[in-house]
Design a binder for this molecule. Structure first.
Ligand code: NI
Length: 214
């Protein structure tokens, strides 16, 4: 593929003190697609063990956050719900009525984001979004694979269960093969995400028709 060597600048927004602070270009990926992703093992909000392989076969959104996040994560989940609804609507006029993309929310706060907590949290957002958690080590593996930054914001707070987590705010778009295709930031609008995905989907379908192997 000719995409090797293409540099992508990642703009991460970090949450701090309940305010969103923009941090520019925390990281620059210079080695192309292959540098993002990798195997991970977690558990979903129904308690089922899942891995990166579980979700192959469909385009996937990957988002890392935590359910106690006061505003950024909820608004990003609402936004992606709108994207899913729009894609479902467009898909309906084709053949099926299901959303052609799945969304995975991976917790960066395993201490509080238990399966029960995530199941409760899921009620507030698009019903097709899946929520994943795991042990601290399992989450470290997944975040490292996608170069996601997260850190307990108010480390010196006495209460063990009252803290914020700074984290990267980015939606990754993965192909049905699980390969990184694109990313969207907090600033990317619903309509732009929808258009980009539609374009990627068309390209992918064309590739399937042209492709000889795999
Ligand atoms: Ni958040």
């Amino acid at each position: 593929m000719a995409a090797a060597g293409v540099g992508l600048a990642f703009y991460y927004n970090l949450e701090k003190e309940k305010r969103a602070e923009r941090v520019t270009a925390v990281e620059t990926v210079t080695t192309g697609k292959a540098s993002l992703g990798g195997p991970w093992v977690l558990v979903d909000h129904d308690g089922r063990p899942v891995t990166n392989a579980t979700y192959k076969g469909q385009f996937t959104f990957l988002y890392f956050g935590f359910s106690y996040c006061p505003d950024i994560c909820p608004s990003e989940l609402v936004k992606i719900g709108k994207v899913m609804d729009e894609l479902t609507k467009r898909n309906k006029s084709r053949t099926t009525s299901t959303c052609p993309i799945q969304t995975l929310f991976i917790s960066v706060d395993p201490n509080r984001d238990t399966i029960a907590q995530l199941r409760h949290y899921a009620q507030d957002f698009h019903p097709e979004i899946r929520y994943l958690t795991g042990t601290r080590e399992q989450i470290a593996v997944a975040t490292r694979a996608y170069r996601v930054y997260f850190s307990k914001a108010n480390e010196n707070v006495d209460e063990e269960d009252d803290y914020l987590v700074d984290h990267s705010i980015v939606f990754y778009l993965l192909s049905p093969e699980g390969e990184f295709l694109d990313f969207f930031t907090q600033r990317t609008q619903v309509v732009d995400i929808v258009e980009k995905i539609e374009k990627r989907r068309k390209e992918w379908m064309k590739e399937q028709q042209v492709g000889t192997s795999t």
